[in-house]
Design a binder for this molecule. Structure first.
Ligand SMILES: [Zn+2]
Length: 312
């Protein structure tokens, strides 16, 4: 009987728990977030569901890893805040869950967890130096160098979405700065750029029908203006990836999040752009690939995170 790990993925709209054994997910639970309940409601639900999984587990559960959708003070093991749900400010979640579950717990932000998941179990397997991009509502990321997650001085490294791609831009990003990658290439930003382009072309009713990046990608096959928005998205993402490769000399770049599911043709367009910005593109790399774990990358990475407990 193999020991089990409890993995928890806490997002803005849902949270998920899973029991993971070696390379297998043996049980899982998914619940929608009730935002009005705030953090205290979520923590109660997580404890209830976690206890139920621990009781039903077929083998001892050794530790718990958590990927949290918001900034985390990794060194002090505290949630900084959530951008979606109130009450998460300065919460020592691993202490709370250790008390409730009786096992050691560890937390990192969900993009770092997803990077670890892809590196050890997904599209980054076999790499040594990897950067993970998650392109969905916003853009997050995680950096693995020499096989280890690079967290930086305060545990805040990996914010690939908040590197500027236009220094003289007037477009304000969710972080308050102007010209960030996220302000052009997140799902919300792709939809916004499409609406702006349609309005400029006097296609007002078409503009009203664009609410998500998915609308833009599905129209790109038949609408040259939407095709241009998608092409520009690939160009900007590629510029960011090419620049990061010049900085870090990577084996592989993994792209996750909803936008990565647009199709292989989109990943190929990002790759073409990235190579055009690289100082030394060659046939060996870096490979630019879509995430292979999808939504599960955070759970796998959260389980993997528990290995860092043993060094304490
Ligand atoms: Zn930003």
């Amino acid at each position: 009987m193999k020991d089990l790990l409890l993995a928890i993925d806490i997002g803005g709209t849902q949270f998920r728990l899973a029991l993971i054994s070696d390379r297998e997910m043996v049980a899982r639970v998914r619940r929608a977030t009730e935002r009005e309940g705030g953090a205290s409601w979520m923590i109660r639900q997580i404890i209830d569901e976690g206890r139920r999984l621990l009781t039903e587990a077929s083998a001892p559960v050794k530790a718990c890893g958590i990927g949290f959708g918001g900034p985390v003070d990794f060194h002090n093991q505290r949630i900084v805040r959530s951008h979606h749900v109130s009450g998460w400010e300065d919460v020592a979640l691993p202490d709370v869950l250790r008390e409730a579950f009786g096992i050691p717990c560890i937390v990192d932000n969900d993009a770092n967890a997803a990077a670890l998941g892809e590196f050890h179990y997904g599209a980054g397997q076999g790499a040594t130096h990897m950067v993970y991009y998650t392109v969905s509502t916003g853009i997050g990321g995680g950096i693995v160098l020499d096989g280890r997650l690079y967290r930086g001085k305060r545990g805040r490294a990996g914010e690939v979405g908040h590197t500027p791609i236009f220094a003289d831009s007037d477009v304000i990003c969710s972080c308050g700065n102007k010209g960030c990658l996220e302000a052009y290439c997140s799902g919300l930003s792709i939809a916004r750029r499409a609406r702006e382009a349609l309005k400029e072309a006097n296609r007002l009713s078409a503009a009203e029908n664009v609410t998500t990046a998915r609308d833009v990608f599905s129209a790109a096959g038949s609408d040259p203006l939407m095709k241009r928005i998608v092409d520009d998205t690939a160009k900007y993402l590629g510029a960011s990836i090419g620049g990061l490769h010049n900085l870090l000399d990577l084996d592989v770049v993994v792209i996750g999040g909803g936008v990565s599911q647009a199709g292989e043709w989109f990943i190929e367009a990002v790759e073409r752009s990235a190579r055009s910005f690289m100082l030394d593109p060659d046939e060996h790399g870096p490979q630019i690939v879509a995430s292979s774990l999808g939504d599960d990358s955070v759970l796998w990475g959260a389980a993997r995170l528990t290995q860092e407990l043993r060094r304490e």
